[in-house]
Write a protein that binds this ligand. Structure first.
Ligand SMILES: Cc1ncc(COP(=O)(O)O)c(C=O)c1O
Length: 370
């Protein structure tokens, strides 16, 4: 059967493609000829600081770039341990290892799939300098618990909010719970861009100043390199496009939330048959990805494909099982992360799905478990 409900939107930016072309033309023909770190980047930083309540927002080259700069700005270096989730996108571990630090994996909660606070605290040693919880799929990590752990153990907190633009937990914006928070603007994120982009949030002026220098080769003044930094800067075209798109973010998130609520309401009765939807509710949710859990994941995936519905399996191999990170896993097992890799199946949730598309997905899932 041909695909009738693709996993990603076949047309990512719709009417905004015309806006993108106007922005590119304006940047290309403008008298300033400034293509990086100019007025548009400043506008984006101010807008995101205002929307989230952060004191400082520092735009960078990607979500990974945001984490690279965050880890460096906190002074994490050789031998320093950072507790990271065993089930996540790989930058949580690579950015630590690339500074000579040691990513110490901790297992996740089996239901919410985010880093487990208790296991995080158990992984803290005298060499631990930070923890890096990441929000996963549609769930924010338990940030109040992580703040307590950080305070109790005198360690820093980096909040990987790459997937959680626009999310709030108890009224506080995602990205604002750690010493530093990071968003990604990768094209399919809730606030996606026409290229790579990311941003760092912090309320700490010194950290903000260091991040600004590090993203631009360690410069505070041109051609004066106070420390070794990176080329980790944001393009003007991208920033301008994001400023335009951000006005649609809430509407797009609301539609994602409605689709998620509909799926969850219809799937909850299937839990006795082995299908576990994400927990219902809206607080601390981001709806980047909607993933169900089932032991029959591969059969369900085939069944949905036969009905023209495309699905995705995220992180089938947890990080400690990846060749690149095996040495940091030290042969330990992470049963919840392993089960998540085996059992998760992500369903389409993009905002332009029609109600008919969403009902088609629900009907096909219900038919499988009937
Ligand atoms: C949890 C998490 N952290 C970091 C990143 C990295 O972001 P980027 O792709 O913009 O480098 C991603 C990307 O998907 C992510 O999901």
């Amino acid at each position: 059967m041909t695909t009738s409900v693709p996993f990603f939107p076949p047309d990512l930016f719709g009417d905004d493609k015309a806006v993108a072309i106007d922005i590119i033309r304006a940047a290309g023909t403008g008298s300033k000829q400034r293509f990086i770190l100019g007025d548009a980047v400043l506008r984006l930083e101010q807008r995101i600081a205002q929307d989230t309540g952060a004191q400082h927002a520092i735009a960078v080259g990607s979500g990974t770039g945001a984490l690279i700069v965050a880890v460096h700005a906190l002074g994490i270096g050789p031998g320093d341990e950072v507790v990271v989730p065993a089930f996540s996108c790989q930058p949580v571990a690579s950015v630590v290892a690339n500074r000579g630090g040691i990513p110490v994996f901790a297992d996740i909660d089996p239901r919410t799939l985010v880093l487990d606070p208790e296991r995080t605290e158990q992984a803290v040693t005298e060499r631990t300098v930070a923890a890096m919880p990441a929000h996963v799929f549609s769930m924010m990590a338990d940030m109040p618990a992580f703040r307590e752990i950080a305070a109790r153990n005198d360690i820093r907190l980096i909040e990987d909010a790459a997937v959680a633009q626009g999310a709030r937990l108890g009224g506080r914006a995602a990205g604002r719970w750690g010493d530093l928070g990071a968003f990604s603007f990768f094209q399919v994120k809730a606030l996606g861009a026409i290229g790579e982009g990311g941003i760092i949030l912090t309320d700490d002026e010194e950290l903000a100043d260091r991040c600004r220098a590090l993203r631009n080769h360690g410069q505070r003044r041109r051609f004066v390199h106070e420390e070794i930094g990176y080329n980790n800067r944001m393009d003007e075209v991208l920033a301008d496009f994001l400023v335009h798109r951000i006005s649609q973010l809430q509407r797009r998130l609301d539609r994602r939330a409605d689709i998620a609520a509909f799926y969850t309401e219809r799937f909850e009765p299937l839990s006795e048959r082995g299908l576990i939807p994400p927990p219902s509710g809206r607080d601390g949710r981001c709806y980047y990805v909607y993933a169900v859990l089932t032991d029959q994941r591969d059969d369900l995936r085939r069944h949905l494909s036969d009905h023209g519905i495309e699905t995705h399996v995220y992180y089938p191999l947890p990080l400690p099982s990846q060749p690149a990170f095996a040495r940091f896993g030290r042969g330990r097992r992470f049963p919840n992360a392993e089960a998540a890799g085996r059992r998760n199946l992500a369903l389409p949730i993009w905002p332009e799905l029609t109600d008919g598309d969403v009902e088609h997905v629900v009907d096909a899932v219900l038919e499988f478990f009937r």
